[in-house]
Design a protein around this ligand. Structure first.
Ligand code: C2E
Ligand code: MG
Ligand code: MG
Ligand code: MG
Length: 281
Protein backbone atom coordinates (compact mmCIF):
# COMPACT_ATOMS: atom_id res chain seq x y z
CA UNK A 1 0.00 0.00 0.00
CA UNK A 2 2.86 2.36 0.77
CA UNK A 3 4.30 1.59 -2.62
CA UNK A 4 0.89 2.31 -4.15
CA UNK A 5 0.75 5.69 -2.47
CA UNK A 6 4.26 6.57 -3.59
CA UNK A 7 3.32 5.55 -7.11
CA UNK A 8 0.19 7.64 -7.14
CA UNK A 9 2.07 10.62 -5.77
CA UNK A 10 4.77 10.26 -8.38
CA UNK A 11 2.12 9.97 -11.06
CA UNK A 12 0.30 12.99 -9.72
CA UNK A 13 3.44 15.07 -9.60
CA UNK A 14 3.90 14.29 -13.27
CA UNK A 15 0.64 16.03 -14.07
CA UNK A 16 0.74 19.80 -13.91
CA UNK A 17 -2.84 19.67 -12.80
CA UNK A 18 -2.04 17.84 -9.66
CA UNK A 19 0.68 20.14 -8.47
CA UNK A 20 -2.09 22.61 -7.86
CA UNK A 21 -3.87 20.33 -5.48
CA UNK A 22 -1.32 18.37 -3.54
CA UNK A 23 -0.84 20.37 -0.40
CA UNK A 24 2.44 19.41 1.24
CA UNK A 25 2.16 17.69 4.60
CA UNK A 26 -1.57 18.03 4.74
CA UNK A 27 -1.78 14.41 5.77
CA UNK A 28 1.16 13.26 7.94
CA UNK A 29 2.70 10.02 6.60
CA UNK A 30 1.26 7.67 9.22
CA UNK A 31 -2.22 9.16 9.00
CA UNK A 32 -1.91 9.04 5.24
CA UNK A 33 -1.30 5.31 5.11
CA UNK A 34 -4.01 4.75 7.68
CA UNK A 35 -6.65 6.72 5.80
CA UNK A 36 -5.68 5.04 2.54
CA UNK A 37 -6.16 1.63 4.11
CA UNK A 38 -9.48 2.62 5.68
CA UNK A 39 -10.88 4.03 2.47
CA UNK A 40 -9.77 0.98 0.52
CA UNK A 41 -11.47 -1.22 3.11
CA UNK A 42 -14.58 0.94 3.07
CA UNK A 43 -14.85 0.36 -0.67
CA UNK A 44 -14.33 -3.41 -0.32
CA UNK A 45 -16.86 -3.57 2.54
CA UNK A 46 -19.42 -1.51 0.68
CA UNK A 47 -19.48 1.26 3.28
CA UNK A 48 -20.14 4.06 0.81
CA UNK A 49 -23.68 5.23 0.18
CA UNK A 50 -25.21 7.75 -2.16
CA UNK A 51 -27.74 10.36 -1.16
CA UNK A 52 -29.67 12.32 -3.75
CA UNK A 53 -30.56 15.99 -3.72
CA UNK A 54 -33.58 17.05 -5.79
CA UNK A 55 -33.36 19.76 -8.44
CA UNK A 56 -36.31 21.84 -9.62
CA UNK A 57 -37.34 24.00 -12.52
CA UNK A 58 -37.93 27.40 -10.90
CA UNK A 59 -40.76 28.70 -13.09
CA UNK A 60 -42.83 25.51 -13.22
CA UNK A 61 -41.71 24.22 -9.78
CA UNK A 62 -41.33 20.85 -11.44
CA UNK A 63 -38.98 18.18 -10.09
CA UNK A 64 -36.38 17.67 -12.82
CA UNK A 65 -33.68 15.48 -11.38
CA UNK A 66 -31.24 14.68 -8.64
CA UNK A 67 -27.57 15.08 -7.87
CA UNK A 68 -25.89 11.98 -6.42
CA UNK A 69 -23.67 12.81 -3.45
CA UNK A 70 -21.45 10.29 -1.71
CA UNK A 71 -21.33 9.59 2.04
CA UNK A 72 -19.12 7.21 3.96
CA UNK A 73 -21.27 5.19 6.31
CA UNK A 74 -18.55 4.45 8.84
CA UNK A 75 -19.33 1.47 11.13
CA UNK A 76 -18.43 3.49 14.26
CA UNK A 77 -18.53 7.14 13.25
CA UNK A 78 -21.73 7.10 11.21
CA UNK A 79 -22.13 9.17 8.05
CA UNK A 80 -18.98 11.03 7.02
CA UNK A 81 -19.08 14.01 4.64
CA UNK A 82 -17.31 13.74 1.28
CA UNK A 83 -15.38 16.88 2.18
CA UNK A 84 -13.54 14.73 4.72
CA UNK A 85 -12.34 12.05 2.31
CA UNK A 86 -12.83 13.03 -1.36
CA UNK A 87 -9.87 15.49 -1.46
CA UNK A 88 -7.63 12.77 -0.01
CA UNK A 89 -9.07 10.13 -2.35
CA UNK A 90 -8.25 12.47 -5.24
CA UNK A 91 -4.72 13.01 -3.97
CA UNK A 92 -3.90 9.30 -3.72
CA UNK A 93 -5.88 8.16 -6.75
CA UNK A 94 -8.50 6.20 -4.80
CA UNK A 95 -11.08 8.50 -6.38
CA UNK A 96 -10.80 6.32 -9.48
CA UNK A 97 -12.28 3.12 -7.96
CA UNK A 98 -14.58 5.18 -5.71
CA UNK A 99 -15.79 7.21 -8.68
CA UNK A 100 -16.44 4.03 -10.62
CA UNK A 101 -18.58 2.74 -7.75
CA UNK A 102 -20.49 6.06 -7.64
CA UNK A 103 -21.26 5.94 -11.35
CA UNK A 104 -22.42 2.36 -11.22
CA UNK A 105 -24.56 2.90 -8.11
CA UNK A 106 -26.17 6.09 -9.46
CA UNK A 107 -27.05 4.50 -12.81
CA UNK A 108 -28.39 1.39 -11.10
CA UNK A 109 -30.58 3.53 -8.86
CA UNK A 110 -31.86 5.62 -11.77
CA UNK A 111 -32.94 2.45 -13.54
CA UNK A 112 -34.68 1.12 -10.39
CA UNK A 113 -36.65 4.36 -10.06
CA UNK A 114 -37.53 4.33 -13.72
CA UNK A 115 -38.72 0.73 -13.68
CA UNK A 116 -40.70 1.37 -10.54
CA UNK A 117 -42.29 4.73 -11.31
CA UNK A 118 -42.24 4.71 -15.07
CA UNK A 119 -40.87 8.20 -15.24
CA UNK A 120 -37.52 9.61 -16.11
CA UNK A 121 -35.52 12.52 -14.76
CA UNK A 122 -31.92 13.56 -14.75
CA UNK A 123 -29.20 12.01 -12.66
CA UNK A 124 -26.14 14.19 -12.07
CA UNK A 125 -22.88 12.60 -10.97
CA UNK A 126 -19.77 14.46 -9.87
CA UNK A 127 -16.62 13.56 -11.76
CA UNK A 128 -13.28 14.42 -10.24
CA UNK A 129 -10.63 15.86 -12.59
CA UNK A 130 -8.42 12.94 -11.62
CA UNK A 131 -10.87 10.54 -13.29
CA UNK A 132 -10.33 12.34 -16.57
CA UNK A 133 -6.83 10.85 -16.71
CA UNK A 134 -8.10 7.29 -16.76
CA UNK A 135 -7.55 6.11 -20.32
CA UNK A 136 -10.59 3.85 -20.20
CA UNK A 137 -13.10 6.31 -18.73
CA UNK A 138 -15.36 6.31 -21.79
CA UNK A 139 -15.28 2.54 -22.09
CA UNK A 140 -16.07 2.26 -18.41
CA UNK A 141 -18.93 4.69 -18.75
CA UNK A 142 -20.34 2.81 -21.74
CA UNK A 143 -20.04 -0.47 -19.90
CA UNK A 144 -21.85 0.92 -16.83
CA UNK A 145 -24.62 2.37 -18.99
CA UNK A 146 -25.13 -0.97 -20.73
CA UNK A 147 -24.92 -3.02 -17.59
CA UNK A 148 -27.38 -0.94 -15.60
CA UNK A 149 -29.75 -0.01 -18.42
CA UNK A 150 -29.33 3.69 -17.73
CA UNK A 151 -30.36 5.93 -20.64
CA UNK A 152 -27.29 8.14 -21.27
CA UNK A 153 -29.54 11.08 -22.17
CA UNK A 154 -30.56 11.34 -18.55
CA UNK A 155 -27.03 11.13 -17.18
CA UNK A 156 -25.21 14.36 -16.50
CA UNK A 157 -21.57 14.57 -15.49
CA UNK A 158 -20.60 17.50 -13.26
CA UNK A 159 -17.05 18.71 -13.69
CA UNK A 160 -15.38 21.72 -12.09
CA UNK A 161 -13.41 24.44 -13.78
CA UNK A 162 -10.21 22.70 -12.63
CA UNK A 163 -10.51 20.40 -15.66
CA UNK A 164 -9.64 23.38 -17.84
CA UNK A 165 -6.03 23.11 -16.66
CA UNK A 166 -5.61 20.58 -19.41
CA UNK A 167 -7.73 22.08 -22.16
CA UNK A 168 -6.93 19.59 -24.91
CA UNK A 169 -7.53 16.56 -22.79
CA UNK A 170 -10.73 18.01 -21.35
CA UNK A 171 -12.09 19.02 -24.76
CA UNK A 172 -11.44 15.55 -26.12
CA UNK A 173 -12.96 13.77 -23.14
CA UNK A 174 -16.04 15.97 -22.91
CA UNK A 175 -16.68 15.58 -26.64
CA UNK A 176 -16.49 11.81 -26.27
CA UNK A 177 -18.92 11.97 -23.36
CA UNK A 178 -21.32 13.99 -25.50
CA UNK A 179 -20.75 11.43 -28.22
CA UNK A 180 -22.20 8.66 -26.08
CA UNK A 181 -25.19 10.86 -25.20
CA UNK A 182 -24.16 12.05 -21.73
CA UNK A 183 -24.62 15.73 -20.81
CA UNK A 184 -22.14 17.95 -19.03
CA UNK A 185 -22.39 20.65 -16.45
CA UNK A 186 -19.82 22.95 -14.90
CA UNK A 187 -20.08 22.69 -11.13
CA UNK A 188 -19.20 25.47 -8.67
CA UNK A 189 -19.20 27.89 -11.59
CA UNK A 190 -17.37 31.15 -10.94
CA UNK A 191 -14.97 29.88 -8.30
CA UNK A 192 -12.29 28.17 -10.41
CA UNK A 193 -9.13 29.38 -12.11
CA UNK A 194 -10.17 29.62 -15.69
CA UNK A 195 -10.98 31.89 -18.53
CA UNK A 196 -14.32 32.04 -20.25
CA UNK A 197 -12.77 30.61 -23.41
CA UNK A 198 -13.56 27.07 -22.40
CA UNK A 199 -17.28 27.86 -22.46
CA UNK A 200 -16.83 28.31 -26.17
CA UNK A 201 -14.79 25.15 -26.74
CA UNK A 202 -16.49 22.70 -24.42
CA UNK A 203 -19.74 20.97 -25.27
CA UNK A 204 -21.45 22.12 -22.06
CA UNK A 205 -25.17 21.85 -21.35
CA UNK A 206 -25.52 23.51 -17.98
CA UNK A 207 -23.70 25.74 -15.51
CA UNK A 208 -24.19 25.50 -11.77
CA UNK A 209 -23.79 28.81 -10.00
CA UNK A 210 -21.66 28.17 -6.94
CA UNK A 211 -23.45 28.52 -3.65
CA UNK A 212 -20.99 31.13 -2.33
CA UNK A 213 -22.74 33.60 -4.68
CA UNK A 214 -26.18 32.53 -3.46
CA UNK A 215 -25.48 32.59 0.28
CA UNK A 216 -25.87 36.39 0.72
CA UNK A 217 -27.88 37.00 -2.43
CA UNK A 218 -30.71 38.72 -0.57
CA UNK A 219 -28.44 41.51 0.80
CA UNK A 220 -25.25 41.62 -1.21
CA UNK A 221 -25.43 43.85 -4.30
CA UNK A 222 -22.20 42.43 -5.74
CA UNK A 223 -23.53 38.90 -5.47
CA UNK A 224 -26.76 40.02 -7.12
CA UNK A 225 -24.82 41.51 -10.01
CA UNK A 226 -22.56 38.49 -10.37
CA UNK A 227 -25.50 36.10 -10.34
CA UNK A 228 -27.43 38.19 -12.89
CA UNK A 229 -24.34 38.25 -15.11
CA UNK A 230 -23.78 34.48 -14.89
CA UNK A 231 -27.44 33.89 -15.77
CA UNK A 232 -27.21 36.26 -18.75
CA UNK A 233 -24.01 34.54 -19.86
CA UNK A 234 -25.70 31.14 -19.68
CA UNK A 235 -28.77 32.31 -21.54
CA UNK A 236 -26.69 33.98 -24.26
CA UNK A 237 -24.67 30.80 -24.73
CA UNK A 238 -27.81 28.69 -24.80
CA UNK A 239 -26.96 26.84 -21.60
CA UNK A 240 -29.23 25.88 -18.73
CA UNK A 241 -28.39 27.69 -15.52
CA UNK A 242 -28.95 26.12 -12.12
CA UNK A 243 -28.29 27.80 -8.78
CA UNK A 244 -26.95 25.65 -5.97
CA UNK A 245 -27.25 26.23 -2.23
CA UNK A 246 -30.67 27.89 -2.32
CA UNK A 247 -31.65 28.13 1.34
CA UNK A 248 -34.55 30.60 1.37
CA UNK A 249 -37.66 31.63 -0.47
CA UNK A 250 -36.22 35.11 -0.90
CA UNK A 251 -33.22 33.71 -2.78
CA UNK A 252 -35.50 31.62 -4.96
CA UNK A 253 -37.69 34.63 -5.77
CA UNK A 254 -34.66 36.71 -6.78
CA UNK A 255 -33.34 33.88 -8.96
CA UNK A 256 -36.73 33.63 -10.63
CA UNK A 257 -36.72 37.40 -11.24
CA UNK A 258 -33.27 37.13 -12.83
CA UNK A 259 -34.47 34.39 -15.18
CA UNK A 260 -32.47 31.55 -13.63
CA UNK A 261 -33.86 28.24 -14.93
CA UNK A 262 -33.30 25.78 -12.14
CA UNK A 263 -32.44 25.51 -8.46
CA UNK A 264 -31.13 23.10 -5.87
CA UNK A 265 -30.67 23.66 -2.14
CA UNK A 266 -31.85 23.00 1.38
CA UNK A 267 -34.90 25.25 0.88
CA UNK A 268 -36.10 22.92 -1.87
CA UNK A 269 -34.82 19.61 -0.57
CA UNK A 270 -31.95 18.12 1.39
CA UNK A 271 -29.74 15.37 0.02
CA UNK A 272 -31.79 12.28 0.93
CA UNK A 273 -31.84 8.50 0.66
CA UNK A 274 -33.08 6.74 -2.46
CA UNK A 275 -36.21 5.72 -0.51
CA UNK A 276 -37.01 9.32 0.29
CA UNK A 277 -36.61 10.29 -3.36
CA UNK A 278 -39.02 7.48 -4.22
CA UNK A 279 -41.59 9.02 -1.82
CA UNK A 280 -41.03 12.40 -3.37
CA UNK A 281 -41.65 11.03 -6.86
P1 C2E B 1 -20.95 19.81 -4.93
O1 C2E B 1 -20.88 18.87 -6.07
O2 C2E B 1 -20.86 21.25 -5.22
O3 C2E B 1 -22.27 19.43 -4.16
C1 C2E B 1 -23.08 20.37 -3.52
C2 C2E B 1 -22.82 20.36 -2.05
O4 C2E B 1 -23.59 21.40 -1.45
C3 C2E B 1 -23.25 19.08 -1.34
O5 C2E B 1 -22.36 18.89 -0.25
C4 C2E B 1 -24.64 19.46 -0.83
O6 C2E B 1 -25.04 18.68 0.28
C5 C2E B 1 -24.39 20.88 -0.42
N1 C2E B 1 -25.63 21.66 -0.40
C6 C2E B 1 -26.75 21.47 -1.13
N2 C2E B 1 -27.68 22.40 -0.88
C7 C2E B 1 -27.14 23.24 0.05
C8 C2E B 1 -27.62 24.41 0.72
O7 C2E B 1 -28.74 24.87 0.52
N3 C2E B 1 -26.77 25.01 1.59
C9 C2E B 1 -25.53 24.51 1.84
N4 C2E B 1 -24.75 25.15 2.72
N5 C2E B 1 -25.03 23.40 1.22
C10 C2E B 1 -25.83 22.77 0.33
P2 C2E B 1 -21.73 17.48 0.07
O8 C2E B 1 -22.71 16.40 -0.21
O9 C2E B 1 -21.10 17.57 1.40
O10 C2E B 1 -20.61 17.35 -1.04
C11 C2E B 1 -19.52 18.22 -1.03
C12 C2E B 1 -18.69 18.08 -2.27
O11 C2E B 1 -18.07 16.78 -2.30
C13 C2E B 1 -19.51 18.14 -3.55
O12 C2E B 1 -19.78 19.48 -3.86
C14 C2E B 1 -18.56 17.48 -4.51
O13 C2E B 1 -17.58 18.37 -4.94
C15 C2E B 1 -17.92 16.42 -3.65
N6 C2E B 1 -18.60 15.13 -3.90
C16 C2E B 1 -19.72 14.64 -3.35
N7 C2E B 1 -20.01 13.43 -3.87
C17 C2E B 1 -19.05 13.16 -4.79
C18 C2E B 1 -18.78 12.07 -5.68
O14 C2E B 1 -19.51 11.09 -5.77
N8 C2E B 1 -17.66 12.18 -6.47
C19 C2E B 1 -16.84 13.26 -6.43
N9 C2E B 1 -15.76 13.28 -7.23
N10 C2E B 1 -17.06 14.30 -5.61
C20 C2E B 1 -18.15 14.26 -4.80
MG1 MG C 1 -21.83 18.78 -7.81
MG1 MG D 1 -21.40 22.48 -6.63
MG1 MG E 1 -19.14 22.60 -4.26
Amino acid sequence: KQADIAMYQAKNQGENLYQFYVKENEYPATEHVDLYRKLRKALDNNEFVLVYQPQYDIASKEFIGVEALIRWNHPEKGLISPLQFIPFAEEVGLIVPIGKWVLHEACKQWRLWMDHFGRTFKMSVNLSSRQMYEPDLIELMTQILNETGMDPHYLEIEVTESITMNLDRATMLLSKLKGIGVSISIDDFGTGFSSLAYLKNFPIDRIKIDRTFIKDLSNDISDQNIVKTIIALGINLNLKVIAEGVESEEQLTLLNDYGCHEAQGYFLGLPMSADHIAKLI
